[in-house]
Design a protein around this ligand. Structure first.
Ligand SMILES: [Zn+2]
Length: 73
């Protein structure tokens, strides 16, 4: 499964963080994905594979998929 992620996306994971929050913000995109907990601000790195397993929902509404055209490229 491909992850459709962008920086600052707001994610809900399946498992609750010890601080009580399920929600995370994407802070880094690369081979690994950086996430920051919305509840306590803690940052973690997950591989795409791990995140795909833990992710429940991407709460960010992306614009309609862009067909071919990339702004700013
Ligand atoms: Zn937390």
């Amino acid at each position: 499964m491909l992850l459709d992620l962008q920086l600052n996306d707001h994610l809900r994971l399946r498992k609750q963080h010890p601080c009580g929050s399920y929600e995370w913000t994407v802070t880094r995109l690369g081979a690994d994905i950086g996430l920051e907990c919305k509840g306590c601000g803690r940052r973690v790195m997950l591989t795409r594979r791990e995140l795909a397993k833990r992710l429940k929902t991407n709460l960010t509404k992306h614009e309609e998929e862009q067909h071919g055209q990339q702004p700013n490229s």
